[in-house]
Write a protein that binds this ligand. Structure first.
Ligand SMILES: NC(=O)c1ccc[n+]([C@@H]2O[C@H](COP(=O)([O-])OP(=O)(O)OC[C@H]3O[C@@H](n4cnc5c(N)ncnc54)[C@H](OP(=O)(O)O)[C@@H]3O)[C@@H](O)[C@H]2O)c1
Length: 329
């Protein structure tokens, strides 16, 4: 089969579409998928540069999510059959013609949803749902601040939060991104280049929940922007890993800081990918099926142009996800 390989760690052009050994047949509880499209994530850019090695046992090939058609099912798999249109959360290996994945990480693609576009969903759906709903309990009437509102994660989080009746504030670095966030339902747009998000949130009584991609750089200001009993969910480290915090401020407002990583969760058991995907399927998937929450795809490129896709994700003009087309559906 063919897959994207890395000649070495480095710039986007180190990626090659090359012949690699075929994968084994799916084992008990696993399925194999003929991949139609793979989502591109910020984590892939880091892995390509050598900064984000896959967890033990995961494929070395890039790609944390895909869509496609079930090729074969292993022993004990009841939920899926060969020929089913699906998308899947992966620990790696999505930039390839075929993947083998635990059946518990596979979701059916609702009728009417474009199969390639569905590759844009599993990673954002699992990340957003596990943080905002399962951890922080986001509900109607709350104010949510999403940093990087125009990102793949941000554009999905806006839709989920609006569907739950929350008021959504977003930060972004350009008017183009803020306008798109408003179209998706955000009502408090903040350009982080010339506005202070702490001051803006202060006018609205603070944020009940913050979804943060910046880590250390925003740590103190995020706590400052929280409302009483507010919760900060850190999912990214784009602003570094070592921060300083005045703990008194957090105590005073009875704040909570969560920090989670999806890829390193176990496949099954407590806090696992299986647990999250089951919740996503039960509660979020009906919203996807009815079109309330949709994949936001900025661009679809052939997998042979993976380098261009990585450059595109890094560009300030990109709103939402970039996906790689592996084969026609
Ligand atoms: N923990 C987990 O399990 C998990 C899972 C998935 C993703 N993530 C993380 O979630 C984040 C988003 O992922 P993605 O794949 O959706 O990334 P993405 O589409 O590449 O988006 C990254 C975003 O960061 C924004 N940004 C840059 N500087 C900023 C600043 N100072 N303040 C606010 N936003 C800023 C950029 O927007 P502007 O152009 O507006 O600056 C861009 O939209 C990443 O940090 C990623 O590592 C974590």
């Amino acid at each position: 089969m063919y897959a994207v390989t890395l000649e070495e760690f480095g710039e986007p052009d180190v990626m090659r579409w090359s012949e690699v050994p075929d994968l084994p047949e799916p084992g008990p509880g696993e399925v194999s998928i003929d991949v139609v499209a793979a989502g591109v994530n910020r984590a892939d850019l880091l892995q390509r540069k050598g900064f984000y090695p896959p967890p033990p046992g995961a494929s070395e090939t890039l790609g944390l999510e895909c869509s496609g058609v079930i090729a074969a099912v292993g022993e004990g798999v009841r939920d899926h059959r060969p020929g089913d249109r699906v998308c899947a959360l992966l620990s790696g290996g999505g930039y390839a013609e075929r993947v083998v994945v635990p059946a518990t990480q596979v979701l059916p693609v609702p009728e009417g949803l474009d199969l390639a576009a569905a590759a844009a969903l599993p990673e954002v759906a699992a990340t957003v749902w596990s943080n905002l709903v399962m951890r922080a309990g986001l509900h109607a009437g709350q104010t949510l601040l999403i940093h990087g509102g125009g990102s793949g994660i941000g554009t999905h989080a806006i839709q989920v939060a609006v569907s739950r009746g929350a008021r959504v504030a977003v930060t972004a670095g350009s008017q183009l991104k803020l306008d798109r966030c408003k179209e998706l339902g955000a009502s408090i747009p903040i350009n982080y280049r010339d506005e202070d998000f702490v001051a803006v949130l202060g006018e609205f009584g603070g944020a009940d929940i913050i979804l943060d991609n910046m880590g250390a750089a925003y740590l103190q200001r995020n706590v400052d922007a929280l409302a009483e009993d507010g919760q900060l969910c850190i999912i990214g480290m784009q602003g570094g890993v070592n921060g300083e915090l005045n703990v008194a401020g957090l105590l005073g407002k009875r704040g909570t800081i969560h920090a989670t990583n999806l890829r390193r969760r176990p496949a099954t058991g407590r806090s696992s990918k299986a647990e999250i995907i089951a919740e996503v399927r039960r509660h979020l998937w009906p919203l996807v099926a009815e079109g309330t929450v949709a994949p936001i795809v900025h661009a679809e490129l052939p997998v042979t142009e993976a380098a261009e896709a990585h450059r595109l994700l890094d560009s300030p003009e990109t709103v939402g996800k970039v996906i790689l087309r592996i084969r026609e559906s």
